[in-house]
Design a protein around this ligand. Structure first.
Ligand code: DGY
Length: 418
């Protein structure tokens, strides 16, 4: 076996903490929601039992209302802030109080298909957990039934300090009840992480929602940050397609029809976010009512779950190529050359293997094999040159953030298979 494939499996094994995988040692010492879903797809390629286990351990954190939180604190650790005492949630396994992009059902379909039909019994409870979470998204995060789901905290988007949130986050006060005692900058160069001011606003939001007792309706009413987001909605729609497929496979006809109706609503709403003048899709800031025009990777993610007309797909690809010109590693999470582009700072520019994975799937779906292959090769080269870093500086190719990173390993396994 190629030595990098071997290394990818070794990273997943060494980040195993008992049926779940931490994103990386110390910096992220618990189970993270979308990280685990990507990791489960990696395991599905060679250890289906372990892939199921990853999703089962994630589902242990599911709340009674259906939400699957963004962090499950299975065991204590003092290397991360904010821990359970800051979140003040009431689930029997301590968890955070917010969620993360719903990759879970996308992973479940892949795991189920890798397992073959004999494992229906193992798929069923996970399908039910995914359906419950799906309903939660539409009820708690789109109470007006627009088809676009909203995030109430930048951490829920997974793209914590993206320039996409600069305007919306600037309205959130920097005052906190909780002392902000960051640990991340003790593990990773501070230049590669969000700024202190961002953290104060992140924690202000946590304090605000904890004061609502984590009740979704109260949070919706009080939220000082509320963005109806195209990346998360596109992931939810792809998850919805996979969930609908599983529902039919499992003989759940009524549920399949229910999911199909939600999918249709999100499909229509996402398409309405296309902006021809920008050659991208845009999110909507629900507090100002304005489009979020900051140029980030999120504008291209709807490729993943829409079958676009040739003209739109062509314009998206043209824009992606323009952003990629002259870069060592694609695809940048912020358009290079603009003021907010910071090639080493977390979600303000670096290339991420899992974002590329989503874009590659989306480009293939929309009949763009050449750009899909370019992204695949670029991701593989970056990893083989620099190792399994959390993300990569698109200008220099340098591996940044945490090292020995689980989802980068899972992405490598998956991209090498194609
Ligand atoms: C962090 O702590 O950096 C995470 O991205 C929040 O989930």
């Amino acid at each position: 076996m190629n030595k990098h494939l071997d290394e990818a499996r070794r990273i997943l094994a060494s980040n195993d903490r008992g049926g779940y995988t931490v994103p990386t040692d110390r910096l992220y010492p618990f189970q993270w929601n979308w990280d685990s879903a990507f990791v489960a797809m990696g395991f599905a390629l060679y250890d289906v039992d372990r892939a199921y286990r990853e999703l089962e351990r994630l589902a242990e954190g599911q709340w009674a209302d259906g939400m699957i939180p963004h962090i499950i604190f299975h065991q204590p650790s003092d290397t991360y802030f904010p821990g359970p005492s800051v979140w003040r949630t009431r689930h029997s396994i301590p968890t955070s109080g917010i969620t993360q992009p719903p990759v879970f059902a996308i992973a479940l379909r892949k795991v189920h298909e890798a397992a073959g039909s004999i494992t229906e019994a193992r798929t069923l409870p996970l399908y039910e957990a995914a359906l419950k979470w799906h309903r939660w998204w539409y009820c708690a995060r789109d109470p007006e039934g627009t088809g676009l789901v909203a995030l109430l905290h930048p951490w829920e988007t997974g793209s914590d300090n993206s320039p996409a949130w600069d305007i919306a986050l600037a309205r959130v006060p920097t005052t906190t009840e909780t002392a902000v005692a960051r640990k991340d900058t003790g593990h990773v160069n501070a230049e590669m992480r969000p700024r202190d001011e961002d953290y104060k606003r992140f924690i202000h939001l946590v304090d605000t929602y904890a004061a609502c007792g984590w009740d979704p309706a109260q949070q919706w009413e009080k939220a000082p940050f509320k963005v109806a987001e195209v990346q998360t909605t596109a992931i939810l729609l792809k998850a919805g397609e996979d969930l609908e497929h599983l529902a039919r496979r499992l003989g759940r006809k009524d549920e399949a029809a229910e999911i199909a109706a939600l999918n249709a609503r999100s499909r229509k709403a996402l398409l309405a976010q296309w902006r021809p003048a920008l050659s991208r899709f845009v999110s909507r800031d629900l507090i100002s009512g304005e489009d979020v025009e900051a140029p980030t990777q999120a504008g291209f993610i709807p490729l993943l779950s829409l079958d676009l007309e040739e003209e739109i797909a062509g314009a998206l690809v043209g824009e992606m190529k323009a952003w990629s010109k002259g870069l060592k590693v694609v695809f940048p999470t912020t358009k290079p050359g603009i003021e907010s582009f910071e090639p080493k700072r977390y979600w303000r520019g670096p290339a991420w293997a899992i974002i590329n994975w989503l874009l590659i799937d989306g480009l293939k779906r929309n009949r763009q094999p050449d750009l899909a292959e370019e992204l695949r090769k670029s991701t593989i080269d970056a990893i083989e040159t620099e190792g399994f870093a959390e993300y990569f500086d698109p200008m220099t190719g340098e591996g940044c953030g945490g090292l020995g990173f689980s989802w980068t390993a899972a992405a490598y396994l998956w991209l090498m298979r194609q």
